[in-house]
Design a protein around this ligand. Structure first.
Ligand code: SF4
Length: 544
């Protein structure tokens, strides 16, 4: 897009005041020069103000530029970004706003984010996902991904925005919130509700501060837990009994909070010998950890390192740095659970992906099988270790002919006794082989093979035993290990996202975290596109 001549320029144009503010090859430069071409109208179909009817609204392109600029540095809050847009010449030039002209406010930006989280009318896919895919396509078309490419995937913690609470605060603060909402819905005071439900602690500023006990004393602590839990149960019972009294618009929120309180009681508490509700000596599988961010979960990065909130998964090219697919899940979701979906999305955008480097978390045979079957992509990751007790022969010492359905043990005895048995671990039927009792009894390797078990040796295979064996065989080859060494560079790809604010969610909820992650990935990709276009412009000028 050619720059305007001096006679065409307005005195209020930011570029006139600061002519060199837009440095070629940067995201603001790209947005200022190409924003109308980068974001086609079909992406924002349905945004109020785009049609002829309805009240006027900010153009979607201006808002999308503001949304992307928000994540160009370390990530700003919504309010922070709108304030900066009022005064920053660079940002105003990128958004196409003149000096002194109005700027979108925080509410408009929030509404636009809600719009982007909605599903596109044509495809039924969330708009931010379509938008991200559109940016990836632009990058690929501009030649960001060269002939030399190496794809990799990984995950990283994304801390939640809401406060993470312990059990007593989850119950105490939750009951207070329920009482406050109930008081507002019934137009009575909080003190009246507290008296009705016999939960005086809801009138205190903080749950823990209300009970003047020594929190190191286990007996005192147990008394408080029981009081708070019984209070929560009474509150939920009362809400459920009298829910018809309040307006229908308030009922959903009150019942949702009641369910959340009951879930915390079920997950976190047990009954002791005296019939009191005390903190359970276990951790529930999908334990809620925050009142304000109920989708956040405890996660584990390694055996010793834990985090609270969500997990960001991404797949990208190590060479160019392009992030082609992103997803955010709860913190306790296994890495392998979204791997297939991400690879499928990345493959749909870039046909030439043949191999993806990934760590041990993605090494399962079932995942390898699905990825190969659905996307024709080879997952290069370390296979699961072969588990065997000390001094015992492992399953890897048995040779299996999968076609003939025969197995040959370490002593060289071949069996054809094959059957399909139900595996409760994998919830499918799996192959099992059995050797004759007589042969095993006289065998020299009996102790190492069967241990103390009587009868003939039996072995039950993994549902994807063939995949597993192939992966282990591949992994033993030096050239495969050498190719895998590049995977550590994936940390650079993760760092590209986290240094733009992906380490912490800037709003409540998983849906908002998804939008944030996609906006950050788009900003990272637009940076690459800006560099490619700037390079092209320089080359064109040189040729001319
Ligand atoms: S005990 Fe049976 S299965 Fe095991 S090595 Fe000996 S013959 Fe083979």
């Amino acid at each position: 897009m050619p720059r305007r001549s001096l006679s065409q320029a307005s005195f209020y144009d930011p570029e006139l005041l600061l002519p060199k503010c837009l440095e070629p090859g940067t995201v603001p430069w790209l947005l200022a020069r190409f924003r109308s071409k980068l974001f086609p109208a079909w992406l924002f179909k349905g945004w109020r103000g785009e049609g002829r009817r309805g009240r006027k609204a900010w153009p979607a392109v201006t808002l999308v530029v503001l949304l992307l600029l928000r994540w160009t540095e370390e990530g700003l809050s919504r309010l922070g970004s709108t304030k900066r847009a009022q005064t920053d010449l660079l940002w105003r030039a990128a958004m196409g706003l003149q000096l002194g002209a109005p700027t979108p406010d925080e509410k408009t930006l929030r509404e636009f984010e809600i719009f982007l989280r909605g599903r596109h009318s044509g495809s039924g896919v969330p708009r931010y996902l379509l938008f991200h895919e559109h940016v990836v396509r632009l990058c690929i078309e501009a030649g960001v991904v060269g002939e030399d490419h190496d794809w990799t995937m990984d995950s990283t913690p994304m801390w939640c925005y809401g406060a993470v609470l312990d059990t007593v605060r989850l119950l105490g603060d939750g009951t207070r919130r329920l009482a406050q909402r109930w008081a507002a819905a019934c137009k009575v005071s909080l003190a009246e509700v507290a008296e009705q439900w016999s939960v005086p602690h809801v009138c205190g500023k903080s749950t823990k501060g209300y009970f003047h006990v020594d929190w190191r004393d286990a007996t005192a602590r147990a008394e408080v837990f029981d009081t708070v839990a019984q209070g929560a149960i009474r509150a939920v019972e009362s809400v459920r009994r009298h829910i018809q009294v309040v307006r229908s618009s308030k009922r959903k929120g009150l019942l949702k909070l009641s369910r959340q309180l009951l879930r915390t009681i079920r997950d976190d508490l047990d009954t002791d010998k005296q019939g009191r509700l005390v903190v359970a000596e276990r951790v529930a599988k999908d334990r809620v950890i925050s009142l304000t961010d109920p989708q956040a979960r405890h996660g584990r990065k390694s055996k010793s390192s834990t985090f609270n909130g969500f997990k960001l998964h991404l797949i990208g090219d190590l060479v160019s740095g392009l992030i082609s697919a992103v997803a955010v899940t709860t913190g306790n979701t296994h890495d392998g659970a979204v791997a297939n979906r991400l690879i499928r999305r990345a493959k749909a955008l870039h046909e030439e992906i043949e191999q993806v480097l990934a760590d041990t978390a993605y090494g399962g045979a079932a995942l390898r099988h699905r990825v190969r079957g659905e996307s024709q992509v080879h997952l290069l990751s370390p296979p699961p270790a072969n588990m065997r007790s000390e001094g015992r022969l492992g399953r890897d010492t048995i040779e299996i002919d999968f076609l003939a359905q025969t197995a040959t043990c370490a002593a060289g005895v071949t069996t054809t006794d094959h059957e399909m048995v139900w595996s409760s671990e994998h919830q499918v039927h799996v192959s099992a082989f059995k050797w004759p009792k007589q042969t095993c009894r006289d065998c020299e390797l009996r102790e190492a093979c069967c241990g103390k078990r009587q009868g003939g040796h039996r072995v039950r295979l993994h549902p994807y035993e063939q995949e597993l064996r192939q992966a282990r065989e591949d992994w033993s080859r030096p050239e495969v290990r050498a190719a895998y060494r590049r995977r550590s560079e994936c940390e650079r790809l993760v760092h590209r996202a986290t240094r733009h604010g992906a380490r912490r969610a800037r709003s409540w909820g998983l849906a908002q975290a998804q939008l944030q992650a996609h906006a950050i990935a788009m900003t990272c990709n637009l940076k690459l596109l800006a560099k490619a276009l700037a390079q092209e412009t320089i080359q064109n000028r040189a040729v001319a």
